[in-house]
Design a protein around this ligand. Structure first.
Ligand SMILES: *Cc1c(COP(=O)(O)O)cnc(C)c1O
Length: 385
C-alpha cells in the first residue's frame, strides 16, 4: 500500500461513481444541457429520450414498468414521498386509517418521516427486531390487527447488512390490506429484487449502487394503484408526483448504474462475499472474541459489522487513518454516539462503542482486505484502549 492512499471500506455510506457511469453522464453536462421537459426543440427531446431510457433501465432492474418509476433526488426523498405522500392522500380522501408500521432499525429518514406524521394524527408503530436483526413476523401480524395504512420495512439494513424476507412480509401486509413500502437503498443492485413480490412503493438511491449522489427513484405500483399525494408543488413533472426539472446527467447516471448492476450483480456478489469471508476469517483467527452483529447468513455480500473485544471503534480508526470504515452511527455531533440500530439488537452501549461497520464493494481488492486484516490485528495488540 502506498502511504496516503486510503482503503475505502465504507460502501454502505456511499459507493464510488463507476467510471462507466461517469462517462455516460458527461455529455449531458456538456454537449446537451437542454431541459428534458423542453420538448419544443430537438435538444430538449434528445434529453427527454435519455431520461426515458434511464427510467426504463431503473424499472428493468426491479421488475417494474417504466411509467411506475418516479425520479427523485435520492432515497431520503423517495421515502418521504412514500410515507408522507400516502398519509396525505389518505387524509385527502377521508381514509380513516392512521396506523403506520415500521422497524426500529430503519434508516432515520423513514423513522423521522413516520414520527413527523404524529402531529397530523397518525399512529406510528415501531416494531422491535430480534437479536440477529430480523423481524418476528408474528409481531407484524399482531400490529396489523388494527386497520393500517402503510407498512415500511427496509430490504437490506445499512448498518448490519441484514436482508429482510420481503416476500413473506409483503404477503402478510397485503393480506391485511395495507400499503407495503420498502426502502431498498442498500438492496437495489446488490441482491435480486422484484416488485412482483407485493411491493407497492420501493425506494432507490443512485449513490449506493455506483451511480451519482443526488438522484434516486420511487417505484409506485400502478395495478392496483398505490395512491400517494405529492409533497412538492410546481410544474407537475413526474406525473404530478415530483415537481422540479429533472437533472438529466444524474438520471442518465442512475440508469447506467442500474444497467451495469443488472449485468454484473450476480458475479459481483460472489466476489464481494468471498472478500468478506476472507476478512472475517482472518480477523476471527487473529482477534479471539470478535463478534459479528446481524444474522450470520441472511446478510448482503459486502457488509461486516464487528464488535471488537477490547479496543474502541474510535481507537481502531485513530490507529489506522488510511482505512475508511465507520461506526455506522449517525454522527451529527463530534462525539461518537452508540448506534440506535445496534441498541435495537440488544447490543449494550459499551459493546456498541467497540463496533465497526466495514463495507466491501465493487472496487475492493484482495490485497486491500489483507492489509486491513493485518492492520486491525496489530491495533488489537496495541495496549492503548
Ligand atoms: C443511504 C440510505 C438512505 C438515504 O439515501 P439518499 O439517496 O442518500 O437520500 C436511505 N435508506 C437507506 C437504507 C440508506 O442506506
Amino acid at each position: 500500500m502506498r502511504p496516503n492512499r486510503p482503503i475505502y471500506l465504507d460502501n454502505q455510506a456511499t459507493t464510488a461513481c463507476d467510471p462507466r457511469v461517469l462517462a455516460a453522464m458527461l455529455p449531458w453536462f456538456t454537449e446537451n444541457f437542454a431541459n428534458p421537459h423542453s420538448v419544443d426543440h430537438a435538444m430538449g427531446r434528445a434529453a427527454e429520450a435519455a431520461v426515458e431510457t434511464a427510467r426504463a433501465q431503473v424499472a428493468a432492474l426491479i421488475g417494474a414498468e417504466p411509467r411506475e418509476i418516479v425520479l427523485t433526488s435520492g432515497a431520503t426523498e423517495s421515502n418521504n414521498i412514500a410515507i408522507k405522500g400516502a398519509a396525505r392522500h389518505a387524509r385527502r380522501v377521508g381514509d380513516p386509517r392512521r396506523r403506520m408500521i415500521t422497524l426500529a432499525t430503519e434508516h432515520k429518514c423513514v423513522l423521522e418521516s413516520v414520527a413527523d406524521l404524529v402531529e397530523d394524527g397518525f399512529e406510528p408503530i415501531v416494531l422491535p427486531v430480534r437479536r440477529d436483526g430480523t423481524l418476528d413476523l408474528e409481531l407484524l401480524q399482531d400490529a396489523l390487527a388494527e386497520p393500517t395504512l402503510l407498512v415500511s420495512v427496509m430490504a437490506v439494513n445499512n448498518e448490519i447488512g441484514v436482508v429482510h424476507d420481503l416476500a413473506a412480509i409483503a404477503r402478510i401486509v397485503k393480506a391485511a390490506g395495507a400499503l407495503f413500502h420498502t426502502d431498498a437503498a442498500q438492496a437495489v443492485g446488490k441482491i435480486p429484487l422484484d416488485v412482483g413480490i407485493g411491493a407497492d412503493l420501493l425506494s432507490v438511491s443512485g449513490h449506493k449502487l455506483y451511480g451519482p449522489k443526488g438522484v434516486g427513484a420511487l417505484y409506485v405500483r400502478r395495478r392496483p394503484r398505490a395512491r400517494v399525494a405529492a409533497l412538492f408543488s410546481g410544474g407537475n413533472q413526474e406525473r404530478g408526483l415530483r415537481s422540479g426539472t429533472l437533472a438529466t446527467p444524474l438520471v442518465v447516471g442512475l440508469g447506467e448504474a442500474c444497467r451495469i448492476a443488472g449485468l454484473e450483480m450476480a458475479e459481483e456478489a460472489v466476489r464481494v462475499a468471498a472478500l468478506r469471508e476472507r476478512l472475517f476469517e482472518t480477523l476471527s483467527r487473529d482477534i479471539p472474541g470478535i463478534v459479528l452483529n446481524g444474522h450470520p447468513t441472511r446478510r448482503v455480500a459486502g457488509n461486516l459489522n464487528l464488535t471488537f473485544p477490547s479496543r474502541s471503534a474510535q481507537a481502531l480508526m485513530d490507529d489506522n487513518p488510511e482505512i475508511c470504515v465507520s461506526t455506522g452511527s449517525a454522527c451529527s455531533s463530534a462525539a461518537i454516539e452508540p448506534s440506535y440500530v445496534l441498541q435495537a439488537l440488544g447490543v449494550d452501549e459499551a459493546a456498541a462503542l467497540r463496533t465497526l461497520r466495514i463495507g466491501i464493494g465493487r472496487f475492493t481488492s484482495a490485497a486491500e482486505i489483507d492489509t486491513v486484516a493485518r492492520a486491525f490485528a496489530a491495533s488489537h495488540e496495541n495496549p492503548r484502549p
